[in-house]
Design a protein around this ligand. Structure first.
Ligand code: UTP
Length: 292
């Protein structure tokens, strides 16, 4: 079955990047000349996804404005022939996909946010892209790499990469079997492992393709005792234990826009490849590096 739907949870508080995320959602923080969430919507469109549900909350209306036509601005740009390219770029943003919105009324974590997408998803498989996780691959979008695995095996798929041990200890470690073509069967997940518990350096990062039974799995997952929240990672673990989870060792450059260093790295690296400012920025960096 073809995957044509995606959800982007973007209702978190973004506490790690305050005060930048106080009035501007972290998903709208800038990478050179586009907000982070636009890169995600472009990735979806490149992978053949036509319908995207963005999960928002109070104070995130700017996301809706960004993916809408901006009549006054566009009329103004249209009047000036030298601004034609800018007009085309601005206008095209609203036509990337059919975008829908739902509000997560209480910030009760990622799993709770995903449940708000149940009516939108219906009986179809769907992609999940975390709103603050920008992953760039301009030839082969990462969510497309996961969709290919779903279409081949018909199982749920999660994005994985080999990470440094310190990162694995913060995220998770996976017991896997190599199925070829960068696809792995995931047998077991250990969250936040101690060094001696590490099974492989593969960890789960930022992208999933799920089937609608994930909603029941989330509902059946007991909340964490300390936080009272249901963890989505627990639901993914259940899917793995049932033999229904694949991992795709994806190819792409990942930036964590929920982290201060991640934001700066994203801007620096994307600026270097930008057609308009890339060369100038490279020269600037070379000069700056001499002073470090
Ligand atoms: P994070 O855990 O990275 O987001 O969630 P956060 O809670 O905003 O982070 P900090 O720790 O406070 O800085 C991953 C994705 O899930 C969304 C976030 O917006 C982010 O894109 N999310 C998180 C929700 O939609 N709802 C939630 O209740 C929590």
């Amino acid at each position: 079955m073809k995957v044509t739907k995606a959800i982007i949870p973007a209702a978190g508080l973004g506490t790690r990047v305050l005060p930048a995320s106080k009035a501007v959602p972290k998903e709208m923080l800038n990478i050179v000349d586009k907000p982070a969430i636009q890169y995600l919507v472009e990735e979806c469109a490149m992978a053949g996804i036509t319908d995207i549900l963005i999960i928002t909350n109070r104070g995130k209306n700017v996301i809706e404005d960004h993916f809408d036509y901006s009549f006054e601005l566009e009329e103004n740009l249209k009047k000036n022939p030298s601004k034609k390219a800018i007009y085309d770029d601005v206008h095209a943003v609203a036509d990337l996909a059919n975008i829908y919105y739902v509000r997560q009324k209480e910030t009760k974590g990622l799993a709770h946010a995903i449940l708000t997408a149940e009516a939108f998803v219906g009986n179809d498989p769907f992609a999940i892209l975390y709103g603050d996780d920008v992953i760039i691959n301009n030839e082969k979008p990462v969510i497309g790499q996961l969709i290919e695995a779903y279409e081949k095996y018909g199982k749920c798929v999660t994005g994985i990469n080999e990470c440094p041990t310190e990162q694995v200890m913060k995220y998770c470690t996976l017991d896997v079997t190599d199925l070829g073509d960068s696809i792995y069967q995931v047998h077991k997940i250990i969250e936040k492992p101690a060094r001696e518990e590490i099974l492989t350096n593969f960890a789960i990062l930022g992208r999933n393709v799920m089937t609608p039974d994930v909603f029941d799995i989330i509902r059946q997952t007991p909340p964490n005792e300390a936080s009272g929240e249901v963890y989505f990672s627990e639901a993914i673990s259940t899917i793995a234990n049932r033999g229904n989870l694949l991992g795709v060792d994806f190819t792409g450059r990942r930036y964590d826009m929920g982290d201060k260093l991640g934001i700066v790295q994203a801007n620096c690296e994307m600026a270097l490849t930008h057609p308009e400012i890339g060369e100038k920025f490279k020269n600037y960096l070379k000069e700056l590096a001499k002073t470090l």
